[in-house]
Design a protein around this ligand. Sequence first.
Ligand code: CTP
Ligand code: CA
Length: 228
Amino acid sequence: CAYFDKGQSLKGKHFIVTSGGTREPIDPVRFISNASSGKQGTAIAQSLLDRGAKVSFIYGASDVPPPVGANAITIGSAQDMYDAVHQALPADGAIFCAAVADWRPAQAGAEKIKKTPGETAAPSIQMVLNPDILKSVAQLDAATRPQLVVGFAAETEKLVEHARAKRQRKGCDWLLANDVSPEMGTFGGDQNKIIFFRSDEPQEWDKMSKKGVAEKLADLIAKEFKGA
Ligand code: CTP
Ligand code: CA
């Protein structure tokens, strides 16, 4: 049929969306995190909800509240996010928008780390690698892998080159690359400039609002699930 009902185009489909930044504890009162605002992931979840999808929204530290109508699951660390994502499966699609900390302190102190009176030396923090959540889902066997796995790539240099390699390395279907250099104002801002990959060929999107990016992506997803 010629007309396209946006409100129902993803009805019956379940999506996992990750959003915000993870917090990796150093001790009970301190953590390592990043500048993610959660605005882009929240907008994407909203656009999927607006098309009738069911959304498991798994989010860390965020400047904006989770979208109403999502099954919102708040997490702290990357490992928590990993566990929540795998618990939320099966899903038809998964969008990985979160800024996941790549490393965490090897040993989180059970008690607040104290200064030693009279000592001027500072402690050094030993770090270990976190699990790659996107990769772990993109590389699931065909029976459990969501039909569509979408990643983001945050880069500050060689955007196209790094993003193309990242899509291949992780095994996701689509990848949205953005320049997160401070002068672009992407982290925390309301605008985003995307280079979109659904193959090795980059497609440049105009700079637009994060809401605009979410709507464009959700339309592409709806089209994909319609078999168009
Ligand atoms: N991601 C993830 N789990 C991680 C790290 C990243 O799920 N432990 C996801 C992000 O949500 C994003 C994508 O992977 O969708 C790419 O994240 P990015 O930080 O750009 O890439 P990395 O693979 O971590 O590589 P690097 O930071 O070294 O560029
Ligand atoms: Ca990273």
